[in-house]
Design a protein around this ligand. Structure first.
Ligand SMILES: *[C@@H]1O[C@H](CO)[C@@H](O)[C@H](O)[C@H]1NC(C)=O
Ligand SMILES: *[C@@H]1O[C@H](CO)[C@@H](O)[C@H](O)[C@H]1NC(C)=O
Ligand SMILES: *[C@@H]1O[C@H](CO)[C@@H](O)[C@H](O)[C@H]1NC(C)=O
Ligand SMILES: *[C@@H]1O[C@H](CO)[C@@H](O)[C@H](O)[C@H]1NC(C)=O
Length: 441
């Protein structure tokens, strides 16, 4: 509730609250810097180039920069983001409140002010440097238009800021612009970007050292698919990038991502390992993505796309497994597999692998990527359903020589096997798996 205090309360300045009236009339730019630290986690301080408050320049400083505000309201995620950042690290968190400027029903008016916001931040950071700060300790999290603002600031410091995270950087008016007119990988020592709405409000192409595309970057699960979803229809996909980032600060599930050329290849299970030294695990999304910085910057060009799927709700993470299947049908069989896992306590979780039919050929191993909402540690039973998707016509059988299930998130867990199994089409077959023999990798 700390951001929701009365604007007239001089003790604790808060984010500017405007209304729809302001949006219609339009607002002139006024940038406020609001500081939170572990000394004042709930009561902010207004700071500027002459008044630094609790800002300790020897610590990391994270700027949080919002985007277009078509209704003038406060960003509802702001409080959680500030709290989450202070929870993970003892740092300065500066909320860049440019609500006067961002609030207008006309998007182009807000986007035209981004350079001016960047200039205000440049001036402030210059003063921080005078006070002894280091550019490496400066981190900017920019949402939508805020991502490009971060890029403009970064460019003014020749890419020497420590890090910029772009959360669904704005697409309209920025798509296909040259690097100096948008966020780009040269704007900081490390630039990571989450793209969650590439077909509407977000930016389509890669902009950072690593670009994360949740669920392919287009439509996010759990978001309304039609206009009957109201305002959520417009902003849910876009905002999801912020919630995914937040879950890296708060939740227990860390979201593992898979560097890959395309979402299709990821879904096809072609990009499941990141075994290249020195990193033997795939990059995590969110706050800790910078652990992969050196590794990612070795690529030429230093830009990597990473894909992953998410659940519909908090904490969003899903658990990836590979299902390796060897069949011995004489004829090629095409179809989808649904796999269900059950543990001793009776928890079940299901994955449908049906984004496109898998092709089973005699004695060839097919590796399918299965995605589960729950991570069942001790699997007591597995069920499989094979389906060709046809309603009429003959029912097929899939003759399985061996199936193997292995967790990508926990490769150290025993791999589960089952031999000699016949799946009748559309009939659930339940069995108890055994640990695969050690030799058989
Ligand atoms: C900085 O903030 C202080 C206190 O809010 C105010 O008195 C001062 O005029 C501000 N300085 C500038 C340069 O805006
Ligand atoms: C500023 O932070 C440094 C490093 O965390 C600490 O040693 C120092 O005491 C802090 N200064 C103040 C005034 O709190
Ligand atoms: C995260 O998991 C650890 C142990 O696995 C547990 O102690 C802790 O309470 C969990 N935290 C949250 C926020 O769920
Ligand atoms: C399994 O079920 C039990 C009891 O219903 C529950 O406490 C536990 O959290 C579940 N485990 C998982 C991994 O969901």
């Amino acid at each position: 509730i700390f951001l929701l205090q009365n604007d007239t309360d001089e003790e604790c300045p808060t984010f500017t609250k405007l209304g729809f009236h302001n949006a219609v009339v339009g607002t002139g730019l006024n940038v406020k810097l609001i500081l939170y630290t572990r000394k004042n986690p709930t009561c902010a301080q207004a700071i500027n180039t002459t008044v630094f408050g609790n800002l300790n320049v020897t610590k990391k400083t994270t700027f949080v920069i919002h985007g277009f505000r078509p209704t003038g309201s406060r960003p509802i995620w702001m409080e959680d983001l500030v709290t989450g950042l202070l929870y993970v690290e003892d740092m300065n968190v500066i909320v860049v409140d440019w609500n006067r400027g961002a609030t207008t029903v006309i998007y182009v008016h807000a986007s035209e002010k981004t350079r001016d916001v960047a200039k205000v931040l440049k001036e402030f950071i210059d003063q921080m440097l005078v006070e002894g700060a280091s550019l490496t300790d400066i981190y900017m999290i920019g949402v939508s238009l805020g991502a490009h603002i971060s890029g403009f600031v970064g460019e003014m410091f020749d890419g020497k800021l420590g890090r910029i995270t772009g959360l669904d950087p704005a697409g309209p008016l920025f798509n296909s612009k040259p690097p100096q007119d948008r966020l780009d990988p040269g704007d900081a020592q490390f630039v990571d970007v989450i793209h969650s709405d590439t077909d509407a409000l977000g930016y389509k192409d890669p902009l950072g050292n690593i670009d994360f595309y949740p669920n392919g970057g287009l439509d996010q699960p759990g978001c309304p698919k039609t206009i009957f979803g109201g305002m959520q229809y417009f902003k849910c996909d876009h905002q999801r990038s912020v919630y995914l980032y937040l879950s890296s600060l708060r939740e227990n599930c860390s979201i593992t991502t898979y560097p890959c050329d395309s979402y299709q290849d990821y879904r096809d299970g072609k990009c499941v390992s990141c075994g290249t030294p020195p990193k033997d695990s795939c990059p995590l999304l969110g706050y800790y993505a910078d652990h992969w910085k050196d590794f990612l910057k070795e690529n030429y060009p230093p830009m990597t796309k990473a894909f992953f799927d998410t659940a519909e709700e908090k904490p969003y993470c899903i658990y990836h497994y590979l299902v390796d299947i060897i069949t011995w049908n004489k004829n090629v069989r095409r179809g989808s597999i649904t796999i269900k896992l059950k543990d001793k306590a009776g928890n079940t979780t299901e994955s449908k692998i049906d984004h496109r039919p898998a092709t089973f050929q005699k004695y060839h191993q097919v590796s399918l990527l299965a995605r589960f909402n729950q991570d069942l540690d001790k699997v007591a039973a597995i069920s499989l359903v094979f389906s060709t998707g046809t309603v009429i016509g003959p029912k097929y059988k899939l003759r399985i020589l061996r199936m193997k299930l292995r967790s990508l998130a926990h490769p150290e867990r025993p791999q589960l096997c089952r031999y000699d199994l016949v799946l009748k089409e559309n009939v659930e077959t339940v069995f108890r798996p055994i640990h695969c023999p050690k030799l058989q990798m």
